[in-house]
Every structure is written in structure tokens, then in C-alpha cells.
Design a protein around this ligand. Structure first.
Ligand SMILES: [Zn+2]
Length: 503
């Protein structure tokens, strides 16, 4: 029996237009691996593959993988256009026209400096190379901005259903199941409905509140002849030309798909007033920290590296040090200079730490304080809970510093603190702290829920590039009018949407 040859592509960047441009070196520092090297990695270090690819492989069973590239940079600014063109060239060079199928694990909210829809460009190119009859299955993040080009090129689209994201592996499995049907000759129709509504990031929790209810309703509609429903929030602070809640449906026909997408879109629109932001000021949060009896986790939601935040704003830490907060941990601050300096001084050394000496973003701030180097760490961490569970993440050179009774984790790769393993690697016990401050918008919830119930979570209103207070974002490309930035926005599901594929 000849095994099917299925090409694998992993392209992941969530673009925040306000963040510095994401370059080749940002990808190289995280994951950029092409062709044969990607094939070798799949063989020798399967845990480094994306959860989507791991899920796809597990579900599909035996096939002959044709790895094209894996390019992962988490979240950052727009992708540098020249580098994106390089990736496009890699596809032209490495993707054989005669593969039996293609699985693309993408984020779906990338912006390039010269292209508002690079995910669509990539999908269109794959389609151009493989022709109209070879299956292309795509998985996306829940924060994706799906475009007409994406539903035109892909036979099947499945976006994460969870936020915090914990179902990437399952969506990869779902893509594999769809791929099997497509390889047998089944055809699909797709539909896309976009709403002029941006739910603020902190209101997009699928474990409780309106999004949870709407997601459950949407999933219930994924019955024959519907293959999949994808209810994407979009990336609220991305300032994408494709911004807004978007519903993508894959079905036996585009007519069925559109009917279902419109129903789901209407439900979301009807619930739009339920998506309310509820943040605590830095001052109030810091005074709560003096209550040592009640352990809490405080989320610096406005400086979330997972949304392109710099991961280094100091306003909360500064206020904590001024208030002499005790028994606290703050993480993770992205500061490669400081991490390197901590290594030079060595464990046990005390020195004057200058935070953000090379940072130019005014919201980040500067701080000089006396610290002690408690511990150093380097290399990949085995992730155990939430977003990265079961995989590995490299945080680069890291240092655990102490200032008074506040422990501070410094990293040299920008990453949100969403997995307890990032703290435990230093020998620290989460349960011993009465205050944990994390730079994360929401993914920390799935990592730290074993220590903190939802009533022990405080979302802080600080400075940064990922504030859920959308009135503070300078939107330039987002289609207007759009809620909640504008008022008097009208929308009707009956006229909404576009379709592709079998009708
Ligand atoms: Zn996401």
C-alpha cells in the first residue's frame, strides 16, 4: 500500500500593528525550520512540533509527511514583508505539486508590512501549486481573522474552540479526520460571516460568560451536513483590516454553510452588550496584595507577550516595591540585557539592576533597584498545563532575581507566564506565594487554575500594547464603524457573508 504524501506547514504569528515589526530573527529565536531539517525534527524531537501537527499525526495514522516549514513567532508586530516573501518562496521551492494533501497549522491573524492578509496569500499560493482537487485542511487560532481568500483556498477550516487555548491537539485531530474524508473524494462548501464587533480580550473566556454560551451553541450546530463551525473572536488589539468576530463554517455545501454561519453570527450579535470589561486599578490591586491570608493571581492583561505586548512594563512592579509587598512573585519580564548581566554576576551576587535599558517603548518604563541573583536557568522547559501542555518552550537565558521579598523572573525570549512549569523550574512552589503577578491576558487561567479559582483572579488595568480598554488603541486599519469603538453600528445577518466551494 502506498502511503499518502501529506505536506505539513506551520505558520504562526499573531500581529499587533502597534508592536515592533517581527523579523526573521524573531522567528529564528523561537522556531524557524525548513524542509529536511523540519523532517528530521519531526522524527527526532516530535515534542517540538506544534500541537496541531502532533494531533494531526496521531489521528491520521500512517502517512508520508512532506514537511515544508515551521515558522513560529508567537505574537509580535507585523511580519517583515521581505521575510514573508522568503517564506512564500520556500513554499514554491519545497511544496511538490503532486502531494496528496496539505495540512496547514496557522494562527490566522498575521499582518505583513506589505500585505493585510498574509494567511490568505499563503493559502492561495498552496492552492495554486496543488491545483483544485488536492485537499487542503487548515487549523487556526480562536483569534484568527478569516478572509474570503482563506475560505476560497482551503477545503476545511477548524479554529480552536477554547480560550484559554487547550484544544490545539484536538483541532489537529479534527483536521486529520477531515483530510481522510477529503482524500476519499468528499467535497465541501465554506462560508464566512464577519461581524462589526470586537469583543475586548478579557471578555473572550470560553469557560464562563457569554462566549462560553455562544461557543456551546455554535458547536451544537456542527452536525451533518456541517463539518465544522469556527467561532473566532479575532485579535482585538491587532488593528487588522479583517478585524471583528468571524464565523467560518465548512459543510457539504456552501449554502448549508452560509445558513449556519448566519445563525451563529446573529446569536453573537444579539449578545454583544454582554461583553463588558472589568479591570482593577494598579493601586487597588497592590493594596489587595497586603492581604496575605488570601492568595491571588494578578494578570497584567495590558502587557501580554501573547498578544504582542512587550512583556516588560514596570508600573505594577514599581508600585509593589514602593508598597513593600511581601511574599510575591512577578513574571515574566522580558529583558535579555538584564538576564545576561545576572549570568555575569552569578548566583548569590547582589547588584544594581537596570530594567529595560534598551527598551524604547515609553509604556515600558525604566527602573533601577538592588537585586540578588537567586537562580539561573536556560533551555527548553517541559510544559505541563494549559496552552503549551505536552510540548516544550524555550525561554532563552532566564534569571530569578529577588528585590526585598518580591521574586522576579527575567527571560530573554518574550513569552507569557501561562504555565506553572515556568516558575517551578526554579525550584519555587506556587502555593507558597500569596501574590503571583503574571504578564498574560488569559492563558494563565488554564495553567494556574489548580492554584487559583476564578474568584482569586484579578485583572489589572496597567499600561501596554494589549489593553482590553479598546478606546486607548489607535486603530488605523480596522474597518469602521465597529463596536465597541463606535456607536450606532448596525448589522444584519441576512445580508452578511461570502461563500466558496461546492454549492
Ligand atoms: Zn489566540
Amino acid at each position: 500500500m502506498t502511503l499518502p504524501r501529506i505536506a505539513l506547514i506551520h505558520f504562526h504569528l499573531e500581529s499587533n500593528r502597534a508592536a515592533p515589526i517581527t523579523t526573521r530573527s524573531d522567528f529564528s529565536a523561537q522556531r524557524l525550520i525548513v524542509g529536511k531539517d523540519f523532517a528530521r525534527d519531526l522524527e527526532e524531537k516530535p515534542a517540538l512540533a506544534s500541537a496541531g501537527i502532533r494531533g494531526f499525526r496521531e489521528e491520521f495514522g500512517q502517512f508520508c509527511p512532506v514537511p515544508v516549514f515551521a515558522a513560529f513567532a508567537g505574537a509580535g508586530g507585523m511580519i517583515d514583508g521581505l521575510f514573508f516573501d522568503e517564506l512564500i518562496q520556500v513554499i514554491r521551492d519545497q511544496l511538490p505539486a503532486d502531494v496528496d494533501g496539505v495540512y496547514l497549522d496557522a494562527h490566522g491573524a498575521c499582518i505583513a508590512t506589505h500585505d493585510e492578509d498574509p494567511d490568505g496569500t499563503l493559502i492561495s499560493l498552496v492552492r495554486e501549486i496543488i491545483g483544485p482537487d488536492t485537499p487542503l485542511a487548515v487549523t487556526l487560532d480562536l483569534h484568527a481573522h478569516v478572509s474570503p481568500a482563506m475560505i476560497e483556498g482551503a477545503d476545511f477550516i477548524a479554529a480552536y474552540r477554547t480560550n484559554p487555548h487547550v484544544d490545539q491537539f484536538e483541532r489537529g485531530q479534527e483536521a486529520a479526520a477531515a483530510m481522510k474524508r477529503l482524500l476519499k473524494g468528499d467535497k465541501t462548501g465554506r462560508a464566512l460571516v464577519r461581524l462589526p464587533f470586537i469583543p475586548p480580550s478579557t471578555t473572550q473566556d470560553t469557560t464562563r460568560g457569554p462566549y462560553a454560551r455562544l461557543m456551546t451553541e455554535a458547536i451544537a450546530r456542527a452536525e451533518h451536513p456541517i463539518w465544522n463551525v469556527s467561532l473566532c473572536a479575532g485579535f482585538s488589539v491587532g488593528d487588522s483590516a479583517k478585524a471583528g468576530v468571524n464565523v467560518t463554517v465548512t459543510a457539504d455545501t456552501s449554502e448549508e454553510a452560509l445558513k449556519t454561519a448566519r445563525k451563529i453570527g446573529q446569536s453573537f450579535w444579539d449578545a454583544r452588550h454582554e461583553f463588558q470589561v472589568n479591570l482593577t486599578s494598579i493601586r487597588d490591586a497592590v493594596s489587595m496584595m497586603s492581604d496575605m491570608e488570601t492568595a491571588r493571581i494578578y494578570a497584567d492583561v495590558a502587557d501580554n507577550p501573547g498578544g504582542g505586548g512587550r512583556g516588560n512594563t514596570l508600573a505594577i512592579l514599581e508600585t509593589m516595591l514602593d508598597a513593600s509587598v511581601e511574599n510575591a512573585l512577578v513574571g515574566m519580564l522580558f529583558d535579555p540585557d538584564l538576564a545576561a548581566e545576572a549570568v555575569e554576576h552569578g548566583v548569590g551576587a547582589k547588584f544594581q539592576a537596570q530594567f529595560n535599558r534598551s527598551e524604547s517603548d515609553v509604556q515600558s518604563g525604566h527602573l533601577t533597584v538592588d537585586v540578588e541573583v537567586v537562580k539561573l536557568a536556560k533551555g527548553p522547559v517541559d510544559c505541563r498545563r494549559g496552552l503549551y501542555a505536552g510540548g516544550q518552550q524555550d525561554l532563552g537565558q532566564c534569571a530569578l532575581l529577588r528585590c526585598g521579598s518580591v521574586f522576579i523572573i527575567v527571560t530573554s525570549i518574550r513569552r507569557q507566564l501561562c504555565d506553572p512549569a515556568f516558575v517551578e523550574r526554579f525550584g519555587l512552589k506556587i502555593a507558597n506565594f500569596s501574590t503571583i503577578v503574571v504578564k498574560s491576558r488569559g492563558h494563565f487561567r488554564a495553567g494556574f487554575d489548580e492554584f487559583f479559582t476564578p474568584d482569586r483572579v484579578v485583572e489589572i488595568d496597567g499600561p501596554g500594547l494589549t489593553s482590553p480598554e479598546l478606546s486607548r488603541i489607535d486603530f488605523t486599519k480596522t474597518p469602521r464603524p465597529i463596536l465597541p469603538i463606535d456607536s450606532g453600528v448596525e448589522w444584519s445577518s441576512e445580508a452578511a457573508g461570502c461563500v466558496a466551494g461546492r454549492n
